[in-house]
Design a binder for this molecule. Structure first.
Ligand code: GRF
Length: 219
């Protein structure tokens, strides 16, 4: 937000919430500027990410598909809730939900996701969680990494904001590689992307590519 108002970020989570934690810590210590995390929403009531939000004093809630008669009702509840919060940005931080098309349509280029690979590698249908790292190891790639991108109708197909490469070592297990990618890439580029967006330095050009005002060099 270049007009001096804080960016209101809502964060969607499903699990452990280490990316949420990186964001909370970065807002607190000033690496992410001009941003307020207004709400954390989980589709999973048992997500440890909710505890992290609670400890940080951030409003948090569960919107679970199990509490609705069908997917359509759940999708509308989630979409309506987010619209009512009026966020300037929705951050998917380890969110395993299929984002409802109506939600994507309501927030064009206002939803970002972190994916634990260098898109377009190991992305799209079926590539989530440890499966991404299993596939990377199976293929024998020497580098993997993480990508922050805008969310559009194509799974993992939206405009790419930031990417960071991470070495793959010969004895890596999926768990070891996952951890290295989190530590060296995800926990850095997700907060960095939010900071850039809050500074009004990210936009999607007429070709559907992100321009970051020279920010690629600051990683
Ligand atoms: C991360 O690897 C993220 O890239 C992926 O799911 C994992 C979530 O981890 N989408 P956490 O919940 O942020 O700890």
């Amino acid at each position: 937000m270049s007009d001096g108002k804080k960016l209101r970020a809502a964060v969607l989570v499903s699990g452990g919430g280490t990316n949420l934690q990186a964001l909370i810590d970065s807002v607190r210590d000033g690496r992410v500027r001009n941003t307020e995390i207004i709400c954390v929403i989980s589709n999973n009531p048992g997500a440890y990410a909710l505890k992290r939000a609670e400890k940080a004093g951030i409003p948090h809630e569960t919107i679970s598909p199990k509490d609705y008669p069908d997917r359509e009702a759940f999708d509308s509840a989630l979409t309506d809730r987010l619209i009512s919060l009026k966020p300037g940005l929705i951050v998917l931080a380890g969110c395993l939900l299929k984002i409802p098309p109506a939600l994507i349509a309501a927030f064009p280029n206002r939803i970002i996701n972190i994916h634990p690979a260098l898109i377009p590698a190991f992305s799209g249908k079926g590539y989530y969680g440890l499966r991404v790292h299993e596939a990377a190891l199976k293929r024998g790639v020497r580098v993997s990494g993480a990508t922050v991108h805008f969310v559009n109708d194509e799974l993992d197909g939206g405009p790419i904001i930031l990417q960071k490469a991470v070495s793959v070592l010969e004895d890596d297990t999926p768990e070891v590689l996952q951890r290295r990618i989190m530590e060296e890439a995800e926990w850095k580029i997700l907060p960095q992307a939010v900071d850039l967006i809050a500074a009004g330095r990210v936009y999607v050009d007429e070709n559907g590519r992100v321009r970051t005002d020279g920010a690629r060099e600051v990683i």
